[in-house]
Design a binder for this molecule. Structure first.
Ligand code: NAI
Length: 390
């Protein structure tokens, strides 16, 4: 169980690029990072509007002279200090991730970056090499994958409780873009423009969460082929999609079905996963994250609750609240941030043995998300045809 006890020698000096007052995801980073005293927010370039960013930063408790106009000023300003920042989170629109990550790594800073990590696998691999050369960590914030019941599913699969996995069924949908984009805010504008979003809209925006979570639960299974059908129901969003379905064939013969959509009018269901094995299935959704459905063939269906002693060790180790008390997205983000802090700490101490067995969403997790997107786009743009996964 995680109880806030410090697991690294001292808090990491932490900064943020983006995630300003009007940003959607910024608070999730701050609530995750600051939960266990493993990070101390010392600086930021929080906003495209430098004045608003400074005002916001000082209200977060950051010194005015460490609220910078942009990431370049942050890197230069912090480099000049003995107590300069050590790790920077990037919570800006997709098209800026690559440039800012590279600049931070070149300046010797660890990075925690939003998904989708970059636009291309080539960029991911280049940055992976750079991080390795510099001895630095890049983490990726797939928010809900820190949840104890996600790790319960992983442990159950590993222990054979489901049998051989046959079917992977995943959905992440909402209806917030069911209407057109006339008068839409910045966060919709950049998401629907290929120059700022990259080669996808909903596939990258929400589909990468599904794909990474399935990798956490099913690390032994690899996609061999996929077929992606994507469409912009609001034509101004084309060539990007506001709806997509992806069929997948896995190397163990399993079949996958994934649905992402931001035009599922009226739907607030968010993320749902069902992993079906030859003996039993598990189903989890962030609509009721404290419960895991465990359906064994020929037995009454069960609901497992987080924090209960009957769960696997891996799940209990990630639990914060204990049974009866709801455990949700903020707790999951705190786990992700904690695990990345432990990775940075180990890297700094040169503890490669720890890193070998330590699990957190690393640059490979970011790269695999981008690789999956490249394959989806290749399939969809060839007319929704089966493609070998490259
Ligand atoms: P947003 O448009 O709501 O906010 C972006 C923030 O970054 C704003 O404060 C803006 O002023 C600032 N900004 C933009 N460019 C900047 C720059 N060059 N330098 C400094 N600040 C800059 O965007 P949102 O929704 O917060 O998304 C940001 C990133 O987070 C995206 O990559 C998105 O895919 C990801 N995201 C991830 C989520 C998750 O669950 N992991 C949830 C929501 C978004």
């Amino acid at each position: 169980m995680i109880n806030g006890e410090r697991t690294i020698a001292r808090p990491l000096r932490w900064g943020m690029v983006g995630g300003g007052r009007t940003g959607q995801v910024g608070y999730k980073h701050r609530t995750g990072a600051q939960r266990d005293g493993t990070y101390q927010l010392v600086c930021g370039a929080f906003d495209l509007d430098a004045e608003r960013g400074r005002d916001f930063g000082t209200r977060l408790g950051v010194a005015g002279d460490r609220c910078y106009a942009d990431y370049k000023a942050l890197i230069a300003g912090e480099k000049a200090r003995e107590d300069g920042v050590e790790v920077v989170s990037i919570a800006t629109p997709n098209f800026t991730h690559y440039e800012i990550t590279k600049a931070c790594l070149e300046a010797g800073l660890n990075v925690i970056c939003e998904k989708p990590l970059f636009f291309t696998v080539a960029e991911c691999e280049e940055v992976e090499r750079l991080a390795a050369e510099k001895g630095l960590i890049v983490g990726v914030t797939y928010g809900f994958t820190g949840h104890p019941l996600v790790h319960q599913m992983a442990a159950m699969v590993r222990n054979g409780m489901l049998g051989e996995i046959r079917i992977v069924d995943m959905q992440y949908t909402h209806g917030f873009n069911a209407g057109d984009d006339v008068g839409a805010g910045e966060a919709v504008k950049w998401r629907t423009n290929p120059k700022t979003a990259g080669p996808t809209f909903v596939l990258g925006d929400i589909g990468t969460h599904l794909y990474y979570l399935s990798e956490v639960v099913l690390p032994h299974m690899k996609v061999e082929k996929l077929l992606c059908d994507r469409k912009a129901f609001i034509p101004t969003r084309a060539p990007l999609e506001d709806h997509a379905t992806v069929l997948m064939h896995y190397d163990n013969g399993a079949r996958g079905r994934l649905w992402v959509s931001s035009v599922n009018a009226g739907n607030m269901g968010s993320q749902r996963y069902r992993f079906v094995g030859s003996k039993a299935s598990v189903e989890w959704s962030d609509s009721h994250p404290d419960q895991l459905f465990y359906d064994v063939q020929d037995e009454p269906n069960r609901i497992l609750h987080h924090g209960m002693p009957y769960l696997e060790e891996e799940s209990l180790a990630a639990d914060r609240m204990g049974a009866l008390h709801t455990e949700g997205l903020g707790d999951s983000w705190a786990n992700i941030y904690l695990w990345i802090a432990q990775a940075i700490d180990a890297k700094t101490r040169g503890d490669e043995a720890f890193l070998k067995t330590h699990h957190y969403p690393d640059i490979k997790a970011g790269t695999e998300g981008v690789r999956w997107l490249e394959n989806c786009v290749r399939s969809a743009d060839a007319g929704a045809v089966w493609v070998d996964f490259k």
